[in-house]
Design a protein around this ligand. Structure first.
Ligand code: NAP
Length: 248
């Protein structure tokens, strides 16, 4: 894969799971990393050590992406410390599952605020920097359930479908400025988020995956690394499923 030497990348929700794998992968390719996290400063310090051991630079920036001024601060810190912003990965996400007949209003709002508005907030602050620099790459982490819907996830599916709208609209607006915006839609990836699901749900999900295995965070990181590389310069406004064939 092509070198990202000299590029600066923000990864939101980089303390664990998919965000951590993306951050480590981009660092392996030479990028300087801004690791956003919400609460777990100990884990993010470990990610910094791992990145530094690979010879790249990383800083951590605490912030809740659903708060507009926190997103502004993440972008500000990237430019202050590394002097540029070339790559934004909107990865931070949460679930608060429940059937529509029982879902609390605040559980709907919270999931939309973090997963969907969080991505808008970061793009809103990163895009002007990228426009000024005359280029950049943005990747938003959606989900296959944003395409198919999922019982028990009306809030999360809506947010992840919204991310697809954000991706396509931003791609159309920013293409003339040399900024590519794409989405990755993971299937079932083994992280803390999916660890909490029951064995019954895991088994029925596995049966729906043609490649007959759950995905790894690395599977998603590999696709993101491609999308932010010069090899993907002619790709924008796309939603790429990385799901073992779950959705075709
Ligand atoms: P995870 O293991 O639960 O990690 C979530 C990350 O997001 C953590 O670093 C967490 O930070 C951070 N975060 C949560 N709320 C935040 C906020 N308000 N502001 C900033 N950071 C916040 O989740 P994951 O499985 O790696 O998922 C990563 C992304 O992939 C999410 O967008 C998720 O929806 C999407 N996805 C996952 C799967 C899957 O099967 N796992 C499938 C499809 C899509 P703290 O630790 O500090 O809270």
């Amino acid at each position: 894969m092509e070198s990202l030497k000299g590029k600066t990348a923000i990864v939101t929700g980089a303390s664990r799971g998919i965000g951590k794998a993306i951050a480590v992968k981009l660092a392996e390719l030479g990028a300087n990393l801004v690791l956003n996290y919400r609460s777990d400063s100990k884990s993010v310090e470990d990610v910094i050590k791992e990145i530094e051991s690979k010879g790249s630079k990383a800083i951590a920036v605490q912030g809740d992406v659903s708060i507009f001024s926190d997103a502004e601060n993440i972008v500000k810190k990237a430019v202050e410390v590394f002097g540029s912003l070339d790559i934004l990965i909107n990865n931070a996400g949460i679930t608060k599952d429940g059937l529509v007949l029982r879902m609390k209003e605040e559980d709907f709002d919270k999931v939309i605020d973090v997963n969907l508005k969080g991505a808008f907030n970061c793009i809103r602050h990163a895009a002007p920097v990228m426009v000024k620099q005359k280029g950049g790459k943005i990747v938003n982490i959606s989900s296959v359930v944003g395409v198919t819907g999922n019982a028990g996830q009306i809030n999360y599916s809506a947010a992840k479908a919204g991310i697809i709208g954000v991706t396509k609209s931003a791609a159309r607006e920013l293409a003339s400025r040399g900024i590519n915006v794409n989405a990755v839609a993971p299937g079932f990836i083994q992280t803390d988020m999916t660890e909490v699901l029951s064995d019954k749900v895991k088994e029925s999900t596995l049966n729906s995956i043609p490649l007959k295995r759950f995905g790894s965070a690395q599977d998603i990181a590999n696709m993101v690394a491609f999308l932010v590389s010069p090899s993907a310069d002619y790709i924008t406004g796309q939603v790429i499923n990385v799901d073992g064939g779950m959705v075709m």
